[in-house]
Design a binder for this molecule. Structure first.
Ligand code: DGJ
Length: 548
């Protein structure tokens, strides 16, 4: 307790100093509605920070970077140069509770202080019971006491170094630590709002096997499906994720019975059972944290193999889109199910993870030119709350994600204003993709990916990043756009005048929210007014007219 008070005081003193140097965020009032929270705007869900929507242009640090303040000293300046506004940073259960019930938040306080001193926000990643399935961040007092804190098991009784989801002792120990952390975050940050949201655990799901064969799990699997799950399914029967609904339908939509009776004998039953148990456990941990400080919380998923058809594949209990309903039923305190999208088809994963009103929050992905294209697409097409490349400790300031974050931060107020109301869209395309017709405002944009010089249809350039563009209709005949590698033409929705032409095309920048035009583009740069070229990720203001 003494230690906690001391670290609190150190933090507050340092913050007072930072404020006097003009580097700290201004304090705001501490009413519950002022803390970071989610709010709907049309079809979108926005993160509200200090009363205003906030576009999270983030990056995730290496797993252990924020376990050492010394290590972070050299990293903070790089993060500022790279134009992140938010950093996703791990918190180790072992480090904050090295002895049961004795908490030490000194390093966490230093991280919060470091973020404030660099005018950055944080999202904290709670590495508690599980990190990538296993339990490497659990404290030694948990790891050593395998009787009190039982592990999952392979068939045949051999333990796996992952805590079983079926143990109340495991769950309660994690929940107590998480609640203590959230209580502390409220104490030191309930007014400043440096910490915006929380990831609870990391990429959970059974390691290498589909099912936990521990005695606790085996006993529960032989018993009835809990009423809470059955009731949820009955209430949401018509809107369930189709792949999961199919599994329930195949067994006659039973509303009671054992797991096998309700979900059949196959892998589908195991997926539902494990997803339910992870969701119950993590939902309870999230609930305990929210009882202290209810800021938004998400769980992240390691996805299925790139290219694999996302049917109802055995999920290991992971928060995959196919078992979204099970996670909703078991963990109502979890606000968002989030995909870590490294491989596979990015647009498909975005579509899958926005089903049933789930907001898109991408905590892990890649950087580079492909990352920049994905960021545009996620924010423009799917109203993403957050985009975040992984492992950005020493990201180069030449990385295309850094440039795109600079441009997106100029456009952020406009993007946030247009989220959820049908006046914004985006594309992400490869050179050989067919033309995409994208209705935005009063016109349909016909978008083609321009082929990089030297590449032909027969030999497409293998390294070429996808082309991407974001389009915002800011008036009946006005658009702002940002993109690269695309050609755009317009067709009018106006019944009497279907032809559309390009009026004024300006490239420019927003300076303190004010549009400052640079070159005016016509002639060679618009193919004499026929096409708009989106090149090299610059912002364009375009006026359009329709005629007969
Ligand atoms: C996914 C995990 O969630 C991260 O913590 C991580 O270490 C990366 N994979 C590494 O690629």
């Amino acid at each position: 307790m003494k230690l906690r008070n001391l670290s609190c005081c150190t933090l507050l003193c340092a913050l007072a100093l930072a404020a006097s140097q003009g580097t700290s965020r201004s304090a705001s009032t501490d009413s519950a509605s002022d803390i970071p929270h989610l709010r709907k705007q049309g079809t979108a869900t926005q993160l509200i920070v200090d009363g205003k929507p906030f576009l999270v242009l983030a990056g995730e640090l290496g797993n252990n970077s924020t376990t050492s303040l010394e290590y972070m000293k050299a990293i903070w300046p790089n993060l500022v140069q790279a134009k992140f506004n938010t950093i996703l940073a791990g918190v180790s259960w072992n480090q904050i509770e090295p002895q049961e019930g004795k908490f030490n938040f000194k390093v966490l306080d230093g991280v919060i202080q470091g973020a404030r001193a660099h005018n950055l926000h944080l999202a904290l990643l709670w590495f508690g019971s599980w990190k990538n399935s296993l339990s490497s961040y659990a404290p030694d007092w948990v790891k050593r006491d395998f009787q009190r804190f039982p592990r999952a098991q392979f068939e045949g009784g051999v333990s796996i170094e992952e805590l079983t989801t079926l143990s109340e002792a495991n769950r309660d120990a994690d929940a107590r630590a998480f609640a203590a952390m959230m209580r502390h975050v409220k104490e030191v940050d309930g007014q400043q709002h440096t910490v915006l949201f929380i990831q609870v655990e990391n990429e959970v799901g059974m390691h290498t096997v589909l099912l936990d064969h521990s005695p606790l799990a085996t006993q529960a699997l032989a018993g009835p499906v809990p009423k809470q799950l059955m009731d949820y399914l009955a209430q949401h029967k018509d809107t369930l994720i189709p792949e999961f609904r199919q599994v329930w339908a195949a067994n006659g939509f039973k509303t009671a019975g054992t797991w096998e009776e309700v979900f059949g004998k196959g892998d589908g039953k195991d997926s539902v059972f494990m997803a339910w148990n992870y969701a119950r456990y993590i939902g309870r941990v999230a609930e305990a944290g929210k009882a202290q400080y209810p800021i938004p919380m998400y769980v992240n998923a390691a996805l299925y193999s790139p290219g694999r058809v996302p049917e109802f594949t055995p999920s290991h209990g992971r928060p995959w889109d196919v078992v979204l309903d099970i996670w909703r039923a078991g963990g109502p305190s979890i606000d968002v199910l989030s995909p870590d999208i490294y491989g596979g088809d990015f647009p498909t994963f975005c579509a899958k993870y926005t089903q049933s009103g789930n907001p898109l929050l991408i905590p892990e992905t890649g950087a580079g030119a492909a990352g920049a294209a994905k960021a545009l697409f996620a924010f423009g097409r799917y109203d993403a709350i957050c985009f975040s490349p992984f492992g950005i400790d020493r990201i180069s300031t030449n990385d295309p994600v850094v440039a795109i974050y600079g441009l997106l931060s100029q456009l952020a107020p406009m993007i946030l204003e247009h989220q959820g109301n049908g006046t914004m869209s985006a594309v992400m395309m490869n050179a050989d993709d067919p033309v995409q017709k994208v209705p935005v405002g009063n016109y349909t944009l016909e978008v083609t990916a321009t082929r990089p010089r030297g590449a032909s249809a027969a030999t497409p350039s293998p390294q070429a990043a996808p082309s991407a563009g974001l389009f915002i209709a800011t008036g009946p005949d006005e658009y702002f756009m940002l993109g690269s590698g695309l050609t755009v033409t317009f067709s009018s929705h106006s019944p009497g005048a279907p032809l559309a032409g390009l009026g004024t095309v300006e490239e420019g920048t927003f300076v303190n929210g004010r549009w400052v035009p640079g070159r005016w583009l016509a002639g060679d740069d618009t193919e004499e007014g026929d096409y708009l070229f989106l090149r090299n990720m610059s912002i364009l203001r375009v006026t359009v007219y329709h005629y007969r």
